[in-house]
Write a protein that binds this ligand. Structure first.
Ligand SMILES: [Fe+2]
Ligand SMILES: [Fe+2]
Length: 450
């Protein structure tokens, strides 16, 4: 169930999320003012319940709800110490009840449960009951033991294929080529079967070493998206971990013993799909190419860098957050982001590092690379604001590679050139020390630059 909360105390979000998402298998979006609330409603038509704080912004939101079709039920959250008014200021809206404070989560949960039972809240499937899979990945798992859906709107899914239907090249051409359907959807309860089948196929692909370097890179890129999706909905289960590791092995295979960056980079850029998946796989290739130039061409270094590239943004779920790199950019885009997005972004390096530390058989340093991937040599990065001297060598190399991928994606290096790269990412002389300096000297644009 999707719940929108309008309340000025964002610090209560974690507690609410823990209780309500756990209880109702949904998503809690938290906004602190009227403008953010309306923005969210305009962009997401799946909200099924609103928890609205009494006050000026709350009244504006309720007035706004009067003007839209399809009334979303709401619960009024009074201020601490205020008596329940029982009033019905907006008789045309569906008010489920009043609670005295947001801290009374037990009361809120009871109210929601009663409202579902009485039918006042429509218990429809939300987006979280489905898992999005890239069309060409689905093709690798045929015949599939699950029904396959397409999405018509945020809450409407239509079944396209029944269990066991062989989904073939012809279907891919028809749906991806002509109808431009890049993703299909599986019901979450059937995803386990898909994961099992998928993991076997991917592991077999790694073992047989079939396919070109390029094909391996593209498959690994597509798997990045699926793993991010599965991780956000199911957690990092052992099966999802196996898929992730197979994708990393595939990435290392596609890099090879001696990285051929120029050959492969443009092809990945043209075909990897989303920026999220492209930038993960491209960062792996660029980082390995830089490592080779710095004369660290060992397979274990390539493996560490590829693992870090695969996992570093896994918590960002493939959205526009993965295009943001600095706190400054985060601030510039804050008007379009929810508080939840901002917190997710700020926490993602440490969240990914913790996840990696909990995985079995991961070599040392990978968690460090991931936790430091948004630090900057001049100390303006996060989460710790380390300066160049204090950033680990492999993390420094990774940061330069990550910047280079961003630069070649957005700045057209064909026109921009190396000096602009140095200026844009503030590689100032005083701070660009140690590995930062060496990596910068080794930079070669993977596409032709000046
Ligand atoms: Fe990234
Ligand atoms: Fe990141």
């Amino acid at each position: 169930m999707e719940i929108l909360v309008l309340h000025d105390k964002f610090e209560l979000w974690e507690m609410a999320r823990f209780n309500l998402e756990g209880k109702f298998h949904g998503k809690v979006h938290w906004v602190t003012n009227y403008v953010q609330a309306v923005d969210h409603l305009l962009e997401d038509n799946a909200v099924q319940l609103i928890l609205c704080q009494e006050g000026i912004d709350g009244t504006k939101l309720l007035k706004y709800l009067l003007s839209v079709e399809g009334k979303i039920p709401y619960i009024l959250v009074l201020g601490q110490g205020k008596a329940a008014s029982g009033s019905q200021a907006f008789p045309d809206l569906v008010k489920l009840g009043e609670v005295t404070s947001f801290k009374e989560l037990g009361e809120i949960v009871d109210l929601i449960e009663r409202s579902i039972e009485s039918g006042a809240i429509e218990d429809r499937q939300s987006d979280d009951s489905f898992c999005r899979i890239k069309t060409e990945l689905l093709l690798k798992v045929i015949p599939l033991e699950a029904d396959v859906y397409i999405r018509l709107s945020q809450i409407k899914y239509v079944k396209m294929f029944r269990k066991g239907r062989v989904f073939g090249q012809e279907d891919l051409d028809k749906y991806q080529g002509r109808k431009k359907i890049d993703y299909f959807y599986l019901k979450m309860e059937e995803v386990a079967g898909f994961i099992g089948q998928f993991q076997e196929k991917i592991t077999a692909m790694v073992l047989t070493e079939k396919g070109s370097r390029f094909e391996r890179a593209i498959t690994a890129a597509a798997i990045t998206e699926v793993v991010s999706e599965l991780h956000s909905q199911l957690g990092f289960s052992p099966e999802v971990q196996k898929i992730a590791k197979a994708a990393v092995d595939m990435t290392v295979q596609s890099v090879g013993k001696d990285p051929q960056l120029k050959e492969i980079y443009s092809m990945i850029r043209d075909q990897a799909g989303s920026y999220f998946s492209f930038h993960s796989i491209a960062t792996a290739h660029v980082a390995c190419a830089l490592a080779a130039k710095l004369e660290w061409p060992s397979e274990s270094t390539f493996y560490k860098l590829s693992l870090a590239a695969f996992f570093h943004d896994i918590h960002l779920r493939g959205g526009m957050l993965s295009e943001i790199d600095t706190l400054e950019e985060l601030q510039q885009k804050s008007a379009t982001l929810s508080n939840e997005d901002v917190e997710t972004f700020k926490g993602h390096p440490l969240a990914a590092a913790t996840m990696i530390r909990n995985m079995k058989e991961v070599p040392p340093d990978v968690d460090l690379i991931v936790s430091q991937h948004h630090e900057r040599p001049d100390g303006t990065g996060f989460p710790k604001g380390l300066t160049g001297h204090h950033i680990a060598p492999l993390a420094a190399l990774f940061i330069v590679a990550h910047d280079l991928v961003k630069f070649t994606t957005f700045a057209e290096p064909e026109k921009a050139g190396f000096n602009q790269f140095v200026r844009q990412f503030r590689y100032t002389k005083d701070h660009t020390v140690g590995t930062f300096r060496k990596a910068l000297m080794a930079v070669e644009f993977p596409v032709d630059g000046k």
